[in-house]
Ligand binder design. Structure first.
Ligand code: ASP
Length: 349
């Protein structure tokens, strides 16, 4: 039985972000600190007995990261896994909910990949970066965190990459999992997982920046001009619908036509809860749109649905496969409908 002392070696990949920022001569802060400098600034790390290897992978605001960067990161992680018990990624918080989910879809090994960052940069009073980094390192060596894919550790909470969202522009408690809550917490330098994921989902794919998959957020009185302008230039579409997955009735014909050509995924713009399947029956309701060929995102929010669709399209163009994949990943069909091998926890087999 592995204990907290079994796993002792972690590789930290630095990608920049607020956690690595310092003052610039022209005003404001920008990424400047290396991953080694971040590690050196963590109080108490040397006393943990955990060996930390460091890779300076990128040094950028997270708004500059791309799908290609994260695909390259996933493959570098794969190459460096032997001899490492867990991986930590430090990066800007603005895109963590996307990068962590993409890593989760691409990472197949048992070692945890733990993403973290900071909301208060190192020049401010009470920067949260060192505490988040230490918490992420402790999580990466925790036996219970193995086989959970990619996790986001922030503010002493452990979140599943597939569920977590950034919910606040400045608060250090910005990361929340509205659907299901955190998987666990860091207490006295130990990661305690109270819940674990019922299954893992990974895609054998090399997603890239080449696919154009916009998110169309539907708003009050949407006149359809954005949808019509986009329609001929995209590889897939995520509709961030109103409420449980609704659009104005006059958008329905264009969405139905589009769904005969490319995958059109229906998500909710609300930020929590699942797209419904069979409650509302008017034109433009979820029942109507799903019957016309749109694919439900289920519990996945629009941002994560876009990442999943990009990854799926890199693996297959088969619409039935894409549909089945969303059922499992969106949490509204049994995980065994996932088209590729999945790891199910014992109680779900
Ligand atoms: N505010 C961001 C951060 O928390 C900036 C970024 O995402 O790079 O790091």
């Amino acid at each position: 039985m592995p204990t907290d002392e079994t796993y002792r070696r972690v590789t930290v990949f630095g990608l920049g972000g607020t956690i690595a920022m310092t003052t610039t001569p022209t005003g404001g802060v920008a990424p400047a600190l290396s991953a080694d400098q971040l590690i050196a600034a963590v109080p108490g790390l040397v006393n943990t007995g955990i060996t930390v290897d460091v890779v300076n992978f990128r040094q950028t605001p997270s708004a500059f990261l791309t799908i290609d960067d994260i695909t390259a990161l996933a493959s570098t992680i794969r190459d460096r896994l032997s001899g490492t018990d867990g991986v930590v990624v430090t990066q800007g918080t603005d895109t963590i909910e996307e990068t962590a989910y993409l890593l989760d879809l691409l990472h197949t090994a048992p070692q945890p990949v733990v993403v973290t960052g900071a909301m208060r940069n190192p020049t401010l009073a009470g920067p949260d970066g060192p505490a988040n980094l230490l918490a992420a390192i402790h999580t990466a060596v925790t036996p219970e965190a193995r086989d959970q894919g990619c996790l986001v550790v922030f503010n002493d909470e452990i979140h599943a990459a597939r569920r977590v969202r950034k919910t606040h522009t400045t608060n250090t408690a910005t990361f929340r999992s509205a659907n299901g809550g955190p998987l666990g917490y860091i207490v006295e330098n130990r990661a305690r997982l109270l819940n674990t994921l019922p299954h893992r989902i990974t895609v054998p794919a090399q997603p890239s920046n080449d696919l154009h998959i916009p998110i169309l957020t539907i708003a009050l009185g949407d006149d359809g001009s954005t949808l019509h302008a986009l329609a001929d230039h995209i590889d897939g579409l995520v509709v961030a619908g109103l409420g449980a997955g609704h659009v104005p009735a006059h958008l329905v014909p264009a969405l139905e036509t589009l769904a005969t050509k490319i995958p059109v995924v229906l998500a909710s713009r609300t930020g929590a809860g699942s797209v419904l399947e069979s409650t509302y029956g008017y034109a433009g309701s979820e029942l109507d749109l799903l019957a016309r060929g749109l694919t439900s995102a289920g519990y996945l929010d629009p941002i994560k649905a876009r990442i999943l669709l990009n990854t799926l399209l890199a693996a297959t163009s088969d619409r039935a496969t894409i549909h089945a994949a969303f059922g499992a990943a969106g949490g509204y069909r049994h995980p065994q409908t996932w088209p590729w091998p999945t790891e199910l926890s014992k109680d779900r087999r």
